[in-house]
Structures are given as structure tokens and as C-alpha cells.
Design a protein around this ligand. Structure first.
Ligand code: ZN
Length: 342
């Protein structure tokens, strides 16, 4: 019988050696592949991430470009604007926004605590960009020419800028009316502060920081904000607009007299979003002039905080029937020489 070598090679030791020879290269192969795969994965993932980062950055830069400028920083605000608006604003105007805030506080008789935070003011001179910005970032806000967001306490304003070409086009007409380029610029500038002041009114804690929601009557809030905004507009130098409103008010009253028609401060339901007559914009200025700001603030309190009707609030604060006060108002407006109500 031949000698069977295999008999000896079947020992566990030999088996192990065989296995090692077979399996070890396989493990090594899989490991190498694993490392390669891991590297590949890391590389792709990294590339993906970088691409996404790049895209996000681009989008961010594009968004920043809407404003073209770094925001102006004041004590209470961060003001976003573009080059076109920069031409309208004057150096140091950021401080004027703080003054507007102070004016709103003073008029309402309560200081708005900013809680160490700055509110944002966004000024747009491009209508399309304005609506797009609101649509993308604040989809619940209606793109009114000026509006606010109660969550972020931001103010948004579309600024209608009269461009050089337009001024050139209507040069003769403007000259005829005695309107200079400087006045056009100032009209726009006063409009910015007036609009911002109006919206800051809506945002004020005096109205619970709730905007218009709780308002049933325009006298409670909208007319207060109009009062604030128009005062700012006039103070910033746009006297022509106020003069026009005043002349229209007198005209409105004369026409009513002619037709023996009466008017009323009272309104039916929530109609503050409706048209506001010129004379209505003089009710609060007149009450302030004749009976003082404190009484006027008390009057607003009665309506907004205590939910009283305008009729009841007039009785409580001025001690008169509303008809009597309305009559007094009409007489004084018709007698007044100009919008200062003297
Ligand atoms: Zn308003």
C-alpha cells in the first residue's frame, strides 16, 4: 500500500493554515474595498454638501442683493434699503426712525419697550420685488404699500420713487405747478417716515401689539395711525399734501351743507378698510388742538381698551353728545384758515 500522506495533512493545524491562506486575502480584499467605498462615499457626500452650500450661498447673496446695501443700524431699528432709496434718504436719517418711534410713543402716551431687540424696517422701491419678498418670506401678509408683521415686529414699505426720466418727462407740468426736483425728493422722504410711523402705530403695545384684528371701528386704531402718519408727513416737510387734504375737507363740508345733508362719526360694523374721507383725517388733529392730547389718549383708551362705542367715548371723555361735538367740528373746520386749524 502506498504511503498516504494525506492522512497526516488532515490535522487541524494544516486545516487552519489552509483556511488562513484562503480567507485572509479575502478579508484584506473586502477591507480594501471597504476603505475605497468609504472614501468614495465621503468624497461624494462632501461634494454634495459643498454644492448645496454653494447654492444656498448664491441664493443668500441674491436675496441680499435685493437691498444692495448693508442695513442702517439705529438704536431701535435695522433698516434695509437699496441704492434708489439711499438717494432719497439723508445722512444720519437712521436716527430719524428712532425719533419717529418716540413720536408714536408720545402720541399714544405709552413707551414701547423694544426688549433689547431691534425691529426691522424693509424699504423697497421696486413693486415686484416687494411683493415677491413678502410672498416668499411672509406669505400671510397682504402686500399693501405699507404693512407690518406682528410676529417679527417688522415694518414693510413700498416707496414710490419718481425717477429722473419721469421728472424730465413732466418737467413743464411740474414747473407750472411750482414743484421742484427737491420737493419731489422730500415728498418721497416724508412718505417713508410717515408710512413707517403709521405702521409702528399698529404695532404698538397700546393696541396690544395685535395690529388691526381687535378693531371693530376705524376710530379705534386706523384713524389713530392716520393721525400719527399725517403729522409725521407734515413735520418732515410735505405741507402740500396736508394743504390739499384740508381744502378737500372744506369742500366736502360745503357740499354737504348745500345739500342739507349731515355726516356722522359713527359707522356701521367693521368698515375701517373702506374709503376714508378727507375731513375724517382732521377729527383727531382738531380734538387734540381744541381739548388736548391727554383727553384724546383717554378717548382712544375708552374705545380700544374698554370697547366703548365712539358715541359713548365722546360722552365719557368730552361730556357732550356726539352730535354736538360733530357740529362744533364742522363749524371750526369751515372757519379755519389752513390745515393748522387756526
Ligand atoms: Zn393702517
Amino acid at each position: 500500500m502506498p504511503f498516504r500522506e494525506s492522512k497526516f495533512k488532515k490535522s487541524p493545524e494544516i486545516e487552519l493554515q489552509k483556511k488562513e491562506e484562503k480567507v485572509e486575502p479575502e478579508i484584506e480584499k473586502v477591507e480594501k474595498e471597504g476603505i475605497k467605498k468609504e472614501k468614495e462615499f465621503k468624497k461624494t457626500a462632501k461634494e454634495d454638501l459643498e454644492k448645496a452650500r454653494g447654492e444656498a450661498n448664491q441664493a443668500y447673496e441674491k436675496e441680499e442683493n435685493i437691498f444692495e446695501k448693508e442695513p442702517l443700524i439705529s438704536e431701535n431699528f435695522e433698516i434695509y434699503y437699496n441704492n434708489e432709496i439711499k438717494n432719497i434718504l439723508e445722512d444720519g436719517d437712521e436716527k430719524r426712525f428712532d425719533e419717529v418711534k418716540e413720536f408714536v410713543d408720545k402720541t399714544l402716551g405709552s413707551k414701547r419697550d423694544m426688549g433689547g431687540e431691534k425691529s426691522k424696517i424693509y424699504l423697497f422701491s421696486d413693486k415686484e420685488k416687494y411683493s415677491k419678498f413678502l410672498e416668499e418670506n411672509f406669505p400671510n401678509i397682504r402686500p399693501e404699500p405699507a404693512t407690518f408683521d406682528k410676529e417679527t415686529k417688522s415694518v414693510f414699505k413700498y416707496v414710490s420713487v419718481t425717477r429722473k426720466e419721469e421728472i424730465e418727462k413732466y418737467k413743464d407740468l411740474l414747473q407750472e405747478k411750482g414743484i421742484s426736483e427737491e420737493e419731489i425728493k422730500n415728498t418721497t422722504r416724508s412718505g417713508i417716515f410717515s408710512g413707517v410711523g403709521h405702521e409702528l402705530g399698529h404695532l404698538h403695545p397700546f393696541f396690544g401689539g395685535v395690529g388691526n384684528e381687535k378693531s371693530e371701528s376705524k376710530w379705534e386704531q386706523e384713524m389713530v395711525c392716520i393721525f400719527i402718519g399725517e403729522k409725521i408727513r407734515t413735520d418732515f416737510g410735505n405741507k402740500r399734501f396736508r394743504k390739499h387734504q384740508f381744502e378737500q375737507s372744506q369742500k366736502e363740508f360745503r357740499e354737504l351743507e348745500k345739500k342739507s345733508e349731515s355726516f356722522s362719526w359713527e359707522e356701521t360694523g367693521k368698515d375701517w378698510q373702506g374709503e376714508i374721507k378727507n375731513w375724517e383725517g382732521f377729527v383727531y388733529p382738531w380734538l387734540e388742538k381744541k381739548y388736548g392730547l391727554e383727553k384724546l389718549q383717554e378717548f382712544w383708551q375708552k374705545m380700544f381698551k374698554e370697547g366703548k362705542t365712539i358715541t359713548k367715548a365722546v360722552e365719557d371723555v368730552y361730556g357732550k353728545d356726539i352730535d354736538k361735538l360733530e357740529e362744533e367740528f364742522q363749524t371750526d373746520i369751515l372757519k379755519a384758515k389752513d390745515y393748522s386749524l387756526k
